[in-house]
Ligand binder design. Structure first.
Ligand SMILES: [Zn+2]
Ligand SMILES: [Zn+2]
Length: 261
């Protein structure tokens, strides 16, 4: 790749030079010494984080043509060098009603008072503490810390159902790895499922492996699925199940015989 050879690159967004490589550990110490004194400790931390954000570069993929490119941490958007598509890089913090579609390589934080009505949210990682009405896909991790119904489809590389979460998913949840620390009802399709101590899952699971730790609870059917099939499922969402699930992803919510929470 062209970036591998380069010692530094220019950000398409702000024109700043940045190293295409991750900062070395030794750099951190020097940075702290150089940081100017600030009155409040929170602002020191803020400046420190800003600094790191500026230094950090990441490789992102075009939503349209999948071409990868490197962007610096402060960029809020970029243009795909291959197909010229606009790529949103912003982080979203949703603290009240919000219903526009989100498609970003940044993160989404839906706070406790937030109400995310968007039919589709695509992001890197998401922290869900409020009401989520539509579908959510995270390239990385979806952390759910919410109590209530989740009517939309959730898919992510990794899903964490936090300790205080108590969720009732109407649609199948898809992920490579799912960790359940709180309570969840709904169907899961995954590579690995871990139900931790005090975690509880009620619903059917199709997975390559499931671990129920001591003190964890699982009630539902378990189908040990083939890993390659799982992977295909994750990549091609609309592909109907070969194995056993008769309904498609678009079956009405009412038809799902899910137990009440
Ligand atoms: Zn930049
Ligand atoms: Zn593109």
């Amino acid at each position: 790749m062209e970036y591998a050879a380069a010692k530094s690159s220019i950000c398409r967004q702000c024109g700043r030079y940045f190293s295409p490589f991750a900062p070395k550990p030794g750099l951190k110490l020097r940075v702290r010494e150089e940081a100017p004194a600030a009155p409040a400790s929170s602002s020191i931390l803020g400046k420190f984080e800003d600094f790191w954000k500026r230094q950090r570069s990441s490789v992102i993929e075009c939503f349209e043509c999948k071409r990868k490119q490197q962007v610096c941490g402060t960029a809020t958007s970029t243009i795909c060098p291959a197909c010229s598509a606009h790529i949103d890089l912003r982080d979203y913090k949703v603290t009240s009603g919000f219903s526009r579609t989100i498609r970003t390589r940044g993160d989404v934080h839906l706070t406790g008072k937030g109400d995310l009505g968007s039919s589709s949210v695509i992001c890197r990682s998401a922290l869900i503490e409020g009401r989520l009405r539509g579908n959510l896909h995270c390239d990385d991790t979806a952390t759910i810390n919410f109590a209530g119904k989740i009517p939309g489809r959730i898919s992510a590389r990794r899903v964490i159902v936090e300790r205080k979460a108590d969720i009732h998913c109407f649609r199948r949840l898809k992920a490579e790895n799912i960790e359940i620390k709180g309570r969840m009802s709904g169907e899961i399709i995954a590579q690995t499922v871990t139900i931790q101590k005090k975690g509880a899952l009620e619903g059917d699971v199709t997975a390559r492996a499931i671990t129920v730790e001591k003190g964890g609870m699982f009630s539902g059917q378990l189908v040990i699925g083939r890993a390659d099939l799982m992977q295909g499922e994750l990549l091609q969402e609309q592909k109907p199940d070969v194995e056993r699930v008769p309904e498609s992803d678009f079956s009405p919510v009412a038809q799902r015989p899910l137990p009440a929470t």
